[in-house]
Design a protein around this ligand. Sequence first.
Ligand SMILES: *Cc1c(COP(=O)(O)O)cnc(C)c1O
Length: 360
Amino acid sequence: MILVAKPQIDEAEIEAVSEVLRSGMIAQGQRVADFEQAFAEYNGVDHAVAVNSGTAALHAALLAHGIGKGDEVITSPFSFVATANSVLFTGATPVFADIEPEAFSLDPDLVAEKITPRTKAIMPVHLYGHPADMDAMRDLAEDKRLLLIEDACQSHGATFRGKKVGSFGTGAFSFYPTKNMTTSEGGMLTTDSREVAEKARMIRAHGSAQRYLHEMLGFNLRMTDICAAIGLVQLDKLDGYTAKRQQNAEKLTKGLKDAGNIVCPAIKEGCSHVFHQYTIRTEKRDDLAAYLNSRGIGTGIHYPIPIHRQPYYQELGYTDSMPISEKASREVLSLPVHPQLAEEDLDLIINAIKEWSGNR
Ligand SMILES: *Cc1c(COP(=O)(O)O)cnc(C)c1O
């Protein structure tokens, strides 16, 4: 079976973790500080705050900006549910704007329509590793004096006009095993604001900057040195992984150029795409998925139900239709693109899809 995602853990990570375990200092310590510094440098931001998941990074980012009850945050319904959940955690209201159909990210015109006096932030998602339109997002945010919080959980190292995603506003990254780099579970908040970073550090540790002095309600969102040790090794490998993902994607797109009934991923002007997912569209999605799976090729659907259609969000009263997201959720299919694929794997995938499209 060719898996749709596969984390790459080698001796270097095992050695780094063993070193931490042998040291006896296994909670948040020097490794976390080192990882934060390296990640901040990599992304061209002043501060990075490590937490224990991408969800925690989004949650802490919103709280560190003082977002809460009565506030609205405009975000995409075509994402993993954690994007909108992080807004609900704070007591604020997620407001969905529909996406544009090429890169599946927030449509700036539709975002503009959703802005009200209660809107505090826009939260674009750099879905599949492709940057959202950050020119438009930044213009909107500046024009309407809104915060920009980027869900960069799928887009480590992606750039928009040469600038890393997660450095336009406050960024949130995930290091879940299937992401472009991993710490097992983990996340990171990125910001140029010292104030936001300091507040996020307090939120991460029970609202405390000084031991046993609690100035606000916080949580336990800390990363361990065990995870940070993995992250330091993975960060060194990230650009190599990304180059491999991009080569794999290029080969897939070239190979599939004459296959009918499918649309390959677009790369918009000014964007670098780090291909967390290589996601095609086809009106016969379920048929193609079954065909590929029967030939030993794993696929994924990201995501089969847009967030506003999830049962919990229906209960909350999200009844507006988001036609572009809903159509995308019926048509998207992610193919294997991870760095461990061999040339033969890619050939097999290409040939299977061409065979399928020739017979449909
Ligand atoms: C993975 C992911 C998250 C959540 O990250 P976790 O580390 O799993 O908590 C949030 N948003 C998006 C778009 C993601 O892909």
